[in-house]
Structures are given as C-alpha cells and as structure tokens.
Design a binder for this molecule. Structure first.
Ligand code: TYD
Ligand code: MG
Length: 453
C-alpha cells in the first residue's frame, strides 16, 4: 500500500506547510495549523479522465476577435438578485453566497431555482429531499424545472450532471462536499480547495453558472481558505439581523458588475419578498410628531434610501453619562456630541445619549450626520421636527456642514416620497431646476439650530 501523504494547512489562511508549527508564518495566528491527508492518484478532473483527454488546448486570440455575445446573462427572475449580480447570472461563472446560519441563504437560492424557467439542479448536502420539498411548498413554486439532489461526493454529483445536463447548478454548501481525490474530511481546507477547483473547471468548460453556498466563521468571514474568494468570480454576502425582517444582499466581489449595488428582502412566512422601495418601510410614518426623530437621505450602494434616526437625550442618573448607538458608529456619535457642545453651546456632557437607526440597518454613509445631530437636538429640546423634513450632509469637526456625494439623487428620492424640505450643505453643487421640495442650504451647525430650536 502506498504511503499516505499528509500535509499541514493553516485553518485560518490556507497556507501550506510540510511540518507542524505553532504559529502560522503567513497570518500570524497561533494553533491554527492542522494535518490533512492528501492524495492525488491522478490529475483531478470533473469528468472521467478519458473524456478529459480529448479536451482541446486553448489558443491565444486577438481581443477583438473574442466573441463576448454568448455571455448573455441569465435572468434569475428576481429584480434584487439580478441587480446585485450586475444584470443576471453570467454563463460559466462561479458565485459564492455567504451568510450567517439561518439568515436565508438556502431559501434565497431555492426560491431562485423554483422560479427559473431553465433546468436547474439544486444539490444539497445539508437537507434531505423531503425537507427541501417542504420548504419549496411554503415558498409556493411557480414553475418546476428544478431538480433536487442530495449528495456530497463531487464525482457522483458530476455524474448526475452529465446525465441531466442542467442549465444552472446550485450547491448548498461547499463545506459539505468532498472529493475522492483527497482523503481529508469534508469542510477541511484541502477539500474545499479541491471541490471548488473541480466546480470551476466544470463551470468554465460547460458555460454553466454555478452558485455555491459558503458558511461563515464566527467573525463573519467565509469559512475555508481566503483563496476560495479569489477563485470564484463573485462573492455575495447575505446579511441582516436575524431578529429583524430585513435581509440585505450585497456583492463583496464581482468580476461582472459593480460591488456598489445591494438588494433588500423581507423574510416572510412564504419565503423572501423583494423590497423594491425600502424607504417606505424604513420610515415609520406616525400620525403625531415625536421629538428625537429625524429622517436621513442616505445612499446604500447606488440606491437612495431614506432612513429614520431616533435619539433619546436624558439627564444622566449615574455619574458617567451613557452613550450608546445601534446601527451607527459610537465614536462618530461622541464626535458629533463634542461638536454640538463646542460649536453650538449645548451642554450634553452630563446627559445620556442613545441613538438608534430603525430597521436594524447599519449605516456608514457620512451623510447621515446631519440627521443624527437634528435628532439629538430635537430630543434634547423635546421639540418634534416637522415630519416632512429630511437631512443629507456630513458634519465636520469645526461644525461646518459638508457636502455629500450624489446629493441630487437624494433630493429626488426625498421629493418622490413627499418630503417638503431637505437640508443639505451650501457647498453642494446642485443643478436641479424646479423641485417641489424645498432645498435648504446650511453652512454651519448654528444654521441648523436656528431651524430646529
Ligand atoms: P435558511 O434559508 O434555512 O437559512 P440558511 O440556509 O442561511 O441557514 O433560512 C431559515 C430561516 O428562514 C428560518 O429561521 C426560517 C425562516 N423562513 C421563513 O421565515 N419563511 C420561509 O418561508 C422560509 C423558507 C424560511
Ligand atoms: Mg441552509
């Protein structure tokens, strides 16, 4: 019997070592190096070796002669998903979808597989065919060109693929797959690498798009080697607070489109519903005006999004005032409070300040600053802001109101949603002619105080 070959992999970054060591030289993590059995009897291929040998060798082509027209994208019958992909699935592409357990990765892909008018193979190593059928019944399928396979061995999967000839393949999840060419257990670095390599070969040679589900680690990265993300064409992240109904799909890497786009879904009893106008849900339009609420015109990716900011300012009960922010950077909140104290003379040093972005969304668009300041001032004075006011500007350290990018898009969105006034920086260049919404220009924080207090 041949000697079993083993090698050592860092479970964090995927670096390979010939012997064990305590610390990974590449990523400097301790105790992450583990031994994995390695065996490559013959060159791994997704097809049987015989048919692989007839594969023709690639030749260099002039760029102008390359026909890109066959790259017509596959419409996934889901506006949000299509947009994040950059206009649909590209034939022969490998897409990796990561996200926390229970966030809805399997639901999103099964829903897509059920809707697609093409022959789709949904391979699951996590659930039984019965379980998937039960889920599909809840989602309420429209069409049924969808085949379900519960299998984890790549060689068997490829055999079924050769028989079935599907147009789209979904694999849930890459961590459950194992290949015969490698002896280590499913989910190990070498298995993930090998299975992905086989799937890439299959996708490129047959121009079939493949979507993989990837588990993520505690700290939010996709489990497995970092090179997994380098190998695939597109890396999507499905995120959202599990206790909230909203889910956000964004692209972290996309070889066929922008990574600025994002898709918003709502998890319902019957699957994920596309949210085409998120602003309407994110703003709780109450009848009476409440102090401490302000609406920010932000941009998430390329899309304008109106978000409600809530602040509560109250006298501190304990010696040290508390500051807490949900969905907003706490350091930035402290900075804005210092600016209000120094530049506008509000004594907030002895007050507790709580800030909340509604909808469970985390915002890092600096244009939300002005709405945060307005909400704090409104709560501090216990004066409600008119509910048809909204804000879009960054606040600088010296209390200046700074311009933000693509302000016109924000103004138009606010106008569309029926806001009467939008507060923006005086230094923003606005070439909009006639707007139904009043554009209020501010240059420093004191100007805002004049409007609110
Ligand atoms: P799932 O797709 O299994 O998550 P993942 O594959 O990312 O681990 O999603 C499971 C969650 O979604 C589960 O907590 C229940 C919820 N859900 C609904 O609310 N409605 C539905 O129609 C479905 C199918 C799931
Ligand atoms: Mg799942």
């Amino acid at each position: 019997m041949a000697k079993i070959k083993t090698t050592f992999y860092c479970q964090n970054c995927g670096s390979q070592y010939s012997k064990w060591q305590g610390q990974c030289t590449a990523c400097k993590e301790w105790n992450t190096i583990a031994e994995e059995v390695l065996q490559t009897p013959e060159k791994s291929d997704w097809k049987s070796p015989a048919s692989a040998s007839v594969k023709r060798a690639a030749k260099p082509l002039l760029i102008n002669e390359i026909d890109a027209s066959q790259d017509a994208r596959i419409d996934v019958v889901d506006l949000e998903f299509n947009r994040v992909l950059g206009g649909g699935l590209v034939p022969g592409s490998l897409t990796l979808l990561g996200g926390e357990p229970g966030i809805g990765k399997s639901t999103l892909l099964l829903q897509m597989a059920l809707r697609l008018p093409y022959k789709t193979l949904y391979v699951s190593g996590e659930e039984s065919q019965k379980q998937i059928k039960m889920r599909a019944e809840r989602i309420n399928p429209v069409a049924s060109n969808c085949y379900i396979l519960t299998e984890t061995k790549t060689q068997n999967i490829f055999k079924q693929i050769e028989d079935l000839q599907p147009d789209v393949v979904v694999v849930d999840s890459i961590q459950t797959l194992h290949s015969d060419y490698i002896e280590s257990s499913a989910g190990s670095i070498s298995q993930i690498k090998e299975c992905t390599t086989e799937l890439i070969k299959f996708a490129k040679e047959t121009a079939t798009p493949v979507i993989l589900v990837g588990h993520i680690t505690k700290d939010g990265h996709i489990a497995g080697p970092k090179i997994l993300e380098h190998m695939v064409d597109t890396v999507l992240q499905f995120e959202g607070d599990r206790n909230h109904v909203f889910r956000i799909l964004r692209a972290n890497k996309n070889r066929f489109g922008s990574t600025n786009e994002l898709g918003i879904y709502e998890m319902q009893g019957a699957g994920l519903r596309e949210v085409s106008n998120p602003s309407e849900i994110l703003i709780s339009r109450k009848d009476d005006e409440l102090s401490g609420n302000a609406v920010a015109a932000t941009l998430e990716g390329m899309r304008p999004l109106m978000i409600e900011v809530q602040a509560l300012v109250s006298t501190a009960v304990y010696g040290t005032p508390q500051r807490s922010a949900t969905g907003f950077n706490a350091k930035r909140l402290n900075m804005l409070l210092a600016v209000l104290e120094k530049r506008a003379g509000f004594r907030l040093g002895a007050k507790d300040v709580f800030l909340n972005i509604t909808g469970g969304i985390t915002v890092d668009d600096p244009a939300i600053d002005l709405a945060v300041v307005a909400a704090i001032l409104s709560s501090n004075e216990d004066e409600a802001l008119p509910k048809d006011y909204c804000f879009a500007a960054e606040v600088g350290l010296s209390g200046e109101i700074r311009p933000v990018q693509r302000v016109e898009q924000r103004i138009l969105e606010a106008e569309k949603l029926g806001f009467s006034t939008i507060f923006v920086s005086k230094y923003n260049k606005i070439s909009l002619k006639k707007t139904a919404i009043k554009i209020q220009l501010l240059s420093k924080i004191e100007d805002l105080v004049g409007f609110i207090v």
